[in-house]
Write a new protein. Structure first.
Length: 229
C-alpha cells in the first residue's frame, strides 16, 4: 500500500463509510475508505506541499473513492495557470465515476476565466461520459447564473437529453437554481415545456424547496407541473 493510501486509511471512519456508501450506490463499498470531507480537504492542502502530490495526479486510474476526491481537491490547489488546470481537469474527467466526486470539483480559478471555461463547457456537454456532462452542468450552475448569465445557457441545458439519472438530476438542479436566480428567463422553459416530464417536474420540486422564491411564484410553479402521460 503506497504512502498516500496508507495515510487515507489512517483517517478512516467506518461508520461514516457505511453511511456514505448508501449515497453513492454505484460505487462498490469496498472502494470507499470512509474519510470525512473536511479531513480530506485538510489533507489535500498538506499533501499539496509535498513533491509526491503531482506524481499522484498522474497515477490514473485510482483505486479508492477518496483518492478521486483527493485528486479533485488537488487540481484546484496545485494549478494556478488556467490552461494547465483545464488540461489536467480534462485528463481526469473520464475517470470520474460518481456524482460526489464530480460535484466537489469547483476550482475558484474558473471564475477569473469564465469565457474560456465556457468554451470547454460546450464541449463537455457533448461528451458521452456521464460525469463529464454532469460536470458541465454543475459548472454552469456554479459560475454562470449570476453576472455571467446568458439566456442561451438555459437552452444549452434544456438541450441535454439523457436517460442517465445523474445527468437528468443535474439538469433539474440547474433549472431549479435558474428559477431562483434568473426567474423571468427560466420560467419560460416551464411555460412552454421542452424537457421530459420527470426532469421538468423535478426542477419545479427542487425550486419549491428554496426559501429564495416567493410564495406567489411557488404557487405559479405548482400550476406548471406536468401530469404523467
Amino acid at each position: 500500500m503506497d504512502t498516500i493510501v496508507r495515510e487515507l486509511f489512517a483517517m478512516q471512519d467506518c461508520r461514516y463509510r457505511d453511511f456514505h456508501a448508501k449515497l453513492i450506490p454505484n460505487i462498490s463499498p469496498d472502494k470507499i475508505i470512509g474519510v470525512r470531507t473536511p479531513e480530506l480537504r485538510k489533507y489535500a492542502r498538506e499533501l499539496a506541499k509535498r513533491p509526491e502530490a503531482k506524481a499522484f495526479l498522474e497515477e490514473l486510474p485510482h483505486t479508492y473513492y477518496e483518492e478521486n476526491n483527493l485528486h479533485g481537491f488537488l487540481l484546484s490547489i496545485l494549478y494556478k495557470d488556467i490552461d494547465v488546470l483545464l488540461e489536467k481537469t480534462e485528463q481526469f474527467l473520464p475517470y470520474v465515476d460518481n456524482w460526489a466526486t464530480c460535484d466537489l470539483m469547483s476550482p475558484k480559478l474558473f471564475k477569473k476565466h469564465l469565457p474560456l471555461v465556457f468554451t470547454h463547457i460546450q464541449n463537455w456537454l457533448k461528451s458521452e461520459h456521464v460525469y463529464e456532462v454532469r460536470f458541465a452542468l454543475v459548472t454552469l450552475l456554479g459560475f454562470y447564473l449570476d453576472d455571467a448569465f446568458e439566456s442561451e445557457m438555459l437552452q444549452m441545458a434544456a438541450d441535454v437529453h439523457s436517460e442517465e439519472y445523474y445527468i437528468r438530476m443535474a439538469v433539474a438542479w440547474y433549472f431549479s437554481m435558474a428559477l431562483v436566480k434568473q426567474y423571468d428567463e427560466a420560467v419560460k422553459y416551464f411555460e412552454t415545456p421542452c424537457m421530459d416530464i420527470w426532469t421538468h417536474n423535478k426542477a419545479i420540486q427542487k425550486a419549491l424547496e428554496s426559501y429564495r422564491i416567493s410564495a406567489e411564484r411557488k404557487e405559479y410553479l405548482r400550476s406548471l407541473k406536468l401530469k404523467k402521460q
